[in-house]
Design a protein around this ligand. Structure first.
Ligand SMILES: Nc1ncnc2c1ncn2[C@@H]1O[C@H](COP(=O)(O)OP(=O)(O)OP(=O)(O)O)[C@@H](O)[C@H]1O
Ligand SMILES: [Mg+2]
Length: 264
């Protein structure tokens, strides 16, 4: 099962991604969590201690790895002769860090130069790696995406079974969802489903359901607004460790069960 999580900035992608990864790992799956958001917050939501987080070198900043695998100088851009099929099959093992419940985390980092079609060495490596992960990785992959899907290019989600599009009450995140849905359609990703977050009433759920219906996206589940999640944030703890039986975490458990039923 390969799950990509996308949505407007601040809707709760990282909360959902990290918590799902931990829950799936506890249920016996071998889980690879991929942080594809340049903001790189997934480690905290997975419960990796701050001392460990500070040591993480994102793949796109690992100069030696990039130049050795792509056979192009780090930082070179257009015009460099880049190996487009760099060896990547050992990267998950070598560069992934293992956190609580044995979730393995890979932090991609930022691809700075160019647009989504950029073929700089760092981008080539990350693309090859994601292609590899979607083809070869056998168990569960959850990927935390950047808000707009731009950074790694849309093609990164192609190998995923499902793209979860997180929305919250209000129209802004619905507009982003509509855009994500169009991008996904363009590249033939069929399974794009909505997840409501920070809902405070049945009316919120109804209005999200109706808005998503208009763009042809089913709402898979809703997660309530929950102060525990903010408190976890303030104490720099993973929500699942800070408040394991809070209502938001309970709702993410339901989401996990639904995903397992639908996609395994
Ligand atoms: N269900 C919830 N109840 C209350 N607060 C929440 C909930 N979900 C997320 N939050 C809070 O909203 C903020 C954004 O959450 P999160 O970082 O998971 O979103 P994101 O979509 O990954 O954001 P970004 O686009 O910045 O990466 C955090 O401060 C988090 O604590
Ligand atoms: Mg995030």
């Amino acid at each position: 099962m390969k799950i990509a999580v996308a949505g407007k900035g601040g809707v709760g992608k990282t909360l959902i991604c990290g918590t799902l990864a931990r829950l799936l790992a506890r249920d016996g799956y071998s889980v690879l969590a991929v942080d594809a958001d340049p903001a790189m917050n997934l480690a905290f939501s997975l419960g990796i201690p701050a001392t460990e987080v500070s040591k993480i070198v994102p793949l796109t900043e690992n100069e030696e790895l990039i130049s050795s695998r792509t056979k192009a100088p780090y930082g070179s851009t257009f015009g460099a002769l880049v190996n487009l099929t760099p060896t990547v099959d050992d990267i998950t093992e070598k560069y992934g860090i293992v956190g609580p419940d044995r979730v393995r985390l890979l932090v991609m980092g930022t691809v700075r130069s160019g647009g989504s079609g950029c073929m700089c060495p760092a981008n080539s490596l990350v693309r090859a790696l994601i292609r590899h992960i979607t083809l070869v990785e056998k168990d569960v992959v959850v990927m935390d995406m950047e808000a707009g899907l731009e950074h790694l290019g849309r093609a990164t989600v192609r190998g995923f079974n499902v793209l979860l599009c997180v929305v919250e009450p209000g129209l802004q995140s619905i507009e982003t969802a509509a855009r994500i849905k169009r991008l996904a359609n363009d590249i033939n990703v069929k399974e794009v489903v909505g997840v409501g977050n920070k809902v405070t009433s049945k009316r919120d759920v109804k209005s999200i359901t109706e808005s998503l219906e208009k763009i042809g996206m089913p709402l898979l589940c809703s997660i309530p607004f929950d102060k525990n999640i903010i408190r976890a944030d303030s104490s720099r703890a993973a929500p699942i460790d800070y408040a394991p039986s809070s209502k938001a975490i309970t709702a993410i458990k339901d989401l996990e069960k639904t995903l397992l039923t639908r996609y395994t």
